[in-house]
Design a protein around this ligand. Sequence first.
Ligand SMILES: O=C(O)C(=O)CO
Length: 364
Amino acid sequence: MLNRFIGLSAAIVGRSSRISGFPFSPLLKAGNQSQNRTMSAGKAFKVLVTHPEVPQEGIDLLKENCEIIQVQSVPINRAELLEKIRGVDGVLWGGHEPLNAEALDAAGPQLKSISTMSAGIDYVDVPEVKRRKIPLGHTPTVLNTAVADLAVGLLIAASRRFHEGRKTIDNDKWENYHLNWLLGQDIRDSTVGFYGFGGIGQAIAKRLSGFDIDKVLYTTRRRVHKEIEEEFNAKKVDFDTLLAESDFVVIASPLTKDTQGVFNATAFNKMKQTAVLVNIARGKIVNQDDLYEALKSNRIFSAGLDVTDPEPLSPKDKLLTLDNVVVLPHIGSATKRTRADMSTIAAHNVLRGLAGEPMLSPAY
Ligand SMILES: O=C(O)C(=O)CO
């Protein structure tokens, strides 16, 4: 229920940060003269935006009360970032570069609020941020639908052999006079297993409910609310059961030391030979060498990946030589509206942190 509420508020902020009733960042309330600070631009706080392409929606919110400093280089030049972060009060961390002691030291002890513009925060040294008692926000929820749409796209593309089909055209091997040519896996009546069943996993399950699937299994540390289980006809199972019984295995969990590399040869050997793996979470949750072997030997049917290890993936990577894998360059949240919403939520997080208020979506 709480998830739903946050989802709703987040969606509202995304559409319009000015709708009355929305829990505005305190700093955006009229005047805000209570802050007993003055800066060169007459603004209460100095905020670094670490990426030049952060959508304007978030920048405009910050500008109302803050002097903005912005990194200009893309890809981000670390030296520029470390130079510009010095002395700032808040940071909107727009990219996926390491947010670690080096950056925090460069900023200095006055830093009091940080938000990433991402759901996953595996590139943040969270213990280090926590140790310094700096509130940290991130932007889950607003990207659930965009990532879920893409996951369903990958699931269909991998199960119906889009990549291999396209290659037959390129190679003048269009052979549909064979009745068993390019046969794929059905989604209807299938069991879909989620490794991680938070907001993104549930948004994928919601979309798949229109595909006449039979059941949903999920593996998580904690059981999800009963009403969510009922809504998706979902059952919590252990990892081995998930692997053995799922026709589609969807990875939708954060990357942590516990999830890193869990999809390895042992796991693939427990999956159905007809199974399709989809990963929209993080590349490192999968042992990519083992995945390559499992796909090449047809130990599993196919895979659809939005994330790889490393990123960017080399065009020479052996994974790309396979017919039965669809690989995308980590574009799960890459829609105009989603990125705008992410910048809005991140800006609210930063402003709330500066005001000493709870962030809209705290990371810890
Ligand atoms: O925001 C994130 O963490 C993503 O990886 C979106 O795809």
